[in-house]
Each structure stands twice: as C-alpha cells, then as structure tokens.
Design a protein around this ligand. Structure first.
Ligand code: MN
Length: 320
C-alpha cells in the first residue's frame, strides 16, 4: 500500500456520495440520487462469468456454457494481479451480509475501486447491526472495474470477468462497471450453498400482509416482480432474491434494483419516491442543467436501473 492511497472502511452513504462526486465517478440528480454510467456493458455479461473448478465444485456444478470452468491456478494469478493493481489506488471496504437470516447469512467483505460501487454494496446487500455475529468464515468480493483483463494471459473470455471461487470464498470482478454483476454473483453463491442446507433460493419478489400471509411473485427480468411487490397495503420483503427456509421466507438482499425504463410517478409512485439521496441511478439520461432524469430516453441502455436500500420503502423489512 503506497502512502498516497487510502482504504476507506464502512463509509456512510453521505461520505460515499461526497467522495464519488469529488472523484468524478458520477453526478447528482435533482432528486439527490447518485447518477452513473457504466460504459459498454449496461447489463450482465454471461459469457464472462466463470466458476473455479476444483475438488469443491468438480462434481457439484452443472458445467457447460452457463457455468464455465476456470482454472484454480489462473484464478490465483489473476486475483493477485488485480489486488496488486488496486493497491496503487484508493479502495473502499464494505462489510455486509448476504441473507437476512440469523443462521443462513453470509458475511462478506466487499472491496471496491469506486465509492459508488461501495454504496451499491451497502444498498443491495444487508448492513447488519452486528457484523458476522456467528463468526462465520468470511467471503471476499474484489471489484475493480478499471482493471483490463488480457484473455491470453488471464484465461478470461474478454477484457472483463466475474469468477466465483467456492473453496476460497472469493468473488473476483475485474473490468466490470455494471453493478448488477456484483449483486447477481452473490445470489449465485447462495443458490449453490442454500439447497445443501434444505433451504430453497428463489428468483422472485415477496411481500407479506398484516396476517403474516406471504406472497411470492415469480417472473423473468422485466416482467413486473419489483412493481407488483411494491404494494402500498403490504410489507415488502424484497423485490428479487429470496429463500424459503423452514418457517421463514427471507430476503437474500437488503435493497432493490429496479428497471427504470418508462418509470413514472403515476404508475410506480413507491419506486419513484425511493429514488432520492442515497439511491443510485445507473445508465439513465440526465438533463445537463436541471439534472432531471428522463426515464423514457433509452439511448444509454434499455436496462437503466435504480438501486435503493429497503429502508427507502414506506413499508419494509418486516421479518417473519
Ligand atoms: Mn432479478
């Protein structure tokens, strides 16, 4: 670590937004949301996603074009290379949980190159009152978007990669600006780990009524999970990733990551109102003067997104 660089630990949203602006990572919208663009990748890159194939995973992963194998030695070399690269820069550490359940949470240290991706980690994962109360072995995320992978040297498919290493409990994101990769990588980890414990992970939204009646909404991306779960008369559990354990449906995440295409206050007032200070708006066109977002303008992406913690929702976070 050079004397000129700083490691920022568990900064608050206000500190992260201030630093994000000072470092030129994005700008404020008129609502106070932090606005970013992610370059050529504005959605996930399935061909750049790998899992380290070793004794832990060799017989338990359905290998193929979806779950591509990555060599353990190549992983170690690339992790070290990315870590060395990040040592020359400031870095942001967020300690979070993945899984809102006393027994089934993962304790995760997310190390990112940018302040805004640290804010994303805070928003989308869970900020516990006490980090890792059971003293579990921690997972580590290393997320360095400005690192450029070399396929010939690094064994990647392109200039960017997402690799999960279950034996070492590590997730490496290099060259990936689109923040959804970090969120989905940890869902994939829980998808692998939870079934072994008799818990079913589900790609669905969930809310619950006063009587404890839980409702799950299943559907592919863009079919309305977030919208349908944001019901003013019911408590939101979450909008995308849940797990069903004995006696409990719990959120894997701590925030929402909603599509913004054609978003309007009239049609989706709860989501609209959540896009305030502390929220992130990704790949949405902003007026240069008024800083008003134009959610109908898809010139940056059809997959414009906003990200906010569940605490921004009027009725949220009630545990069963
Ligand atoms: Mn989803």
């Amino acid at each position: 670590m050079s004397a000129a660089t700083t490691v920022y630990n568990d900064l608050s949203p206000a500190q992260l937004v201030e630093l994000g602006i000072a470092r030129g990572e994005g700008q404020l919208a008129d609502t106070g949301a932090f606005v970013v663009t992610t370059g050529k990748r504005t959605g996930r890159s399935p061909k750049d996603r790998f899992i380290v194939k070793d004794a832990t995973t060799a017989d338990s992963v359905d290998w193929g074009s979806v779950n591509q194998a990555f060599d353990p030695a190549k992983f170690d070399a690339l992790w070290q290379r990315v870590e060395d690269y990040l040592e020359t820069k400031d870095q942001f550490v967020a300690r979070v949980h993945v899984g809102a359940h006393d027994e089934h949470y993962l304790a995760v240290e997310a190390r990112t190159e940018t302040a805004w991706q640290s804010l994303f980690a805070r928003n989308m994962f869970i900020r516990p009152d006490t980090f890792n109360p059971r003293g579990k072995s921690e997972w580590k995320i290393l997320n360095v978007p400005s690192f450029v992978c070399d396929p010939a040297r690094d064994g990647t498919n392109s200039d960017a990669v997402v690799i999960t290493n279950f034996s070492q409990r590590r997730v490496l994101l290099a060259g990936m600006r689109y923040a959804g990769e970090m969120k989905k990588s940890m869902f994939a980890v829980q998808n692998y780990l939870l079934p072994e414990k008799g818990v079913m992970p589900m790609h669905c939204s969930a809310n619950v009524g006063e009587a404890g009646d839980t409702c799950l909404f299943f559907g592919l991306s863009g079919t309305g999970k977030t919208t349908l779960s944001a019901d003013p008369s019911r408590y939101l559990i979450g909008d995308d990733e849940h797990a069903w354990a004995k006696g409990s449906v719990f959120n894997i995440e701590g925030g929402c990551y909603a599509k913004t295409i054609n978003l309007s206050k009239e049609n989706e007032p709860i989501i609209w109102d959540a896009i305030k200070f502390g929220a992130i708006v990704e790949n949405v066109v902003i007026d240069t003067e008024t800083r008003h977002a134009d959610y109908d303008d898809t010139s940056l992406s059809e997959n414009g997104r906003c990200c906010y913690p569940l605490s921004k929702m009027p009725l949220a976070n009630r545990r069963l």
